[in-house]
Every structure is written in C-alpha cells, then in structure tokens.
Design a protein around this ligand. Structure first.
Ligand code: NAD
Length: 294
C-alpha cells in the first residue's frame, strides 16, 4: 500500500520505518529538517512537503504533537483532507483533544474519507519494537481498513468507541501514567535519601504491591535500567511538555463532565513547575529531579 506518514518525531519515525519494513511504500514528511535527515539515513523516503507525501497515497498517517498541529495539517482549504482522493484512509495517532479528533473525523466524512483517531501507548520502545497499544475511535468499517496497518506498528488494538473515543481513553491512561511516574519517583527518592540502593529498592517494589509500568519498563532513576531516558540524560522518550499537554487535556475533560480528578490536577501542576524550571524538553521521567536533593 502507498502510505503518507506525517511527523517523524520520537514516535512517528520508528512507526513509519516499521510500515516500510513490512513492505509498504512509505512517503514520509516532517517540518523539521533534522528529523527528515535522521530518518532518511535509516532508509525512509522523504517527500518535499506533506502535499507531496499524500500524492497517490491510499492511506495517510499522522503523528504530531498536539491538536493545533493536527487541525492545521488536515483542515481548511489548504489542508490535506481537501487534497485526498475519495476513499483514502486517514489515521491520526497523535494525542489530541477528543473535540479536535471529532472535527477532523467530521470533515473527513464530508469528503468520503474513512478516518480514525488512534492514539498510542507503549513509549518509544514500543514504537521501535512495533508493540504499541492503539486506542481507536471511529466506525467499524474504518477500523477494519486500518487494522492491517496498525498491526504492523502495534501489538494491541482496542476499539474504544465512536470518533474521539480513542483520545478519551488515551487521556485517562496518561493521567494515570503521569501520576504513577511521580509516585514512583517520590518513593525512589525517599529510599535513596535513606541510603538505599535504587536498583535494590526498584526490584523490591517492582515485585511487591507497588509494582507498576515505570518500575517494569521506564525507571526514572538514572543507572537503574539500560536503554531508558533516565540513563541517557533524559533525552528522547516522552517530553515533559507533552505530558503537561496530556494532563491539561485530562483536566479540560474533567471540567466538562464535572469529574473529580484531584491527583491528575496535582500531577499537572508538578509537571508544569518542572517545565517552568527549564526541563520541558526532557523526558517526563525527569520529574524525579523535582523530588531529589541536588
Ligand atoms: P516529537 O515532538 O518527538 O515529534 C513530533 C514531530 O512532529 C516533530 O518532529 C515535529 O517537527 C513534527 N511536526 C509538527 N508539526 C508538523 C506538521 N504540521 N507537519 C509535519 N511535521 C510536523 O513528539 P513524539 O514524542 O513523537 O509524540 C508525538 C505524539 O505522540 C504526541 O501527541 C505525543 O503526546 C504522543 N505520544 C508520545 C509518546 C512518547 O513516548 N514519545 C507515547 C505515546 C504518545
């Protein structure tokens, strides 16, 4: 299949490469030249613009930072939806507001384009390994068309509901992730302040009732795990500012339905303080720095 892939960041680059390795013809594009150069070196074919990338494409996949990037890519007279042939499949994997995903889905439906929101979980490790979890919003027919492509990038595909439902599920998950990363950091910092070895403490908690994804796959304390952002100066991974965006979306959702999310609100404020301290571009697990003596 001819696929246009837009957004070659920490997640999009490896996802596009997995589609190409599976035998698809991928035309990729990113606004950042360094990102294009990096993935061209890995063998991806880079288009000169998003419009060039979608020429002749049967499917378009996007992996962009936030709602405004997705809306400006797809909507309006110069947006991609206006340029796609009827029947072209649209898959947005970015984490954005459910309302933005619904706007894109409605505009796609008006043009006869099957469309799903399919945000992901699993981190950059999951993107590289092709083991992401997809949380899909949209109708059954569009998901059926997308499934063979999603299966090349992920190991789990969940149909959360109608357009926007994938985003709602993703925001619930990331609110929990944001909270548990801070809780894990707090516990590790407490143990280390009392003289414990962080590796030993991590293993004790991982196998005890405090066990969680951060301890399994993404330990925030440098040196405990290889190949995670904390052991690489918090480079790459999932940026603090992206986590801050997701926790903001969770708070907006909560306000809209009058839900009580006190820990989600506190977590958002802690990541905001970390970002204000100049660490917004570091991986979100660097939030442990707020809780440690320096
Ligand atoms: P990133 O910042 O590394 O990459 C985003 C890329 O999009 C950048 O290279 C940027 O230049 C490009 N871009 C922005 N606007 C563009 C446009 N109009 N056209 C073309 N390219 C454009 O972000 P990421 O970590 O890859 O995350 C992407 C999305 O996935 C975000 O919504 C994030 O919340 C979500 N996500 C990230 C992770 C993770 O672990 N990094 C995990 C799950 C979900």
């Amino acid at each position: 299949m001819n696929i246009a892939f837009i957004g070659l960041g920490n997640m999009g680059g490896p996802m596009a490469l997995n589609l190409q390795k599976a035998g698809h013809e991928v035309q990729a594009f990113d606004l950042s030249k360094p990102a294009c150069d990096k993935w061209a070196e890995q063998g991806l074919s880079i288009a000169a613009s998003a419009a060039d990338a979608v020429r002749g494409a049967q499917a378009v996949i996007s992996m962009l930072p936030a709602s405004q990037h997705v809306e400006s890519l797809y909507l309006g007279d110069t947006g991609l939806l206006a340029q796609l042939a009827t029947g072209t499949l649209v898959i947005d994997c970015s984490t954005i507001a459910a309302a933005s995903a619904q706007k894109v889905a409605q505009a796609a439906a008006a043009r006869g384009l099957p469309c799903i929101d399919a945000p992901v979980s699993g981190g950059t490790g999951g993107a590289i390994a092709g083991t992401l979890t997809f949380m899909v919003g949209g109708d059954d027919a569009a998901l059926a068309l997308a499934r063979p492509l999603l299966e090349k990038m992920g190991a789990n595909i969940f149909h959360a509901g109608a357009a926007g439902a994938g985003q709602t599920a993703k925001i619930c998950n990331n609110m929990l992730l944001g909270i548990l990363m801070i809780g894990t950091s707090e516990a590790l910092a407490l143990g280390v302040a009392n003289g414990l070895d962080p590796k030993v403490l991590s293993e004790i908690m991982r196998r005890s009732s405090g066990g969680n994804w951060a301890l399994e796959k993404y330990n925030p304390m440098p040196g405990v795990m290889d190949n995670v952002p904390s052991s690489k100066g918090y480079a790459g991974g999932f940026g603090t500012d992206l986590m801050l965006k997701d926790l903001g979306l969770a708070q907006e959702n909560a306000a809209a339905v009058k839900a009580s999310t006190p820990l989600g609100g506190l977590a958002r404020n802690l990541y905001a303080a970390h970002s204000l301290g100049g660490q917004g571009a570091l991986d979100f697990s660097s939030v442990i720095q707020l809780l440690q003596k320096r």
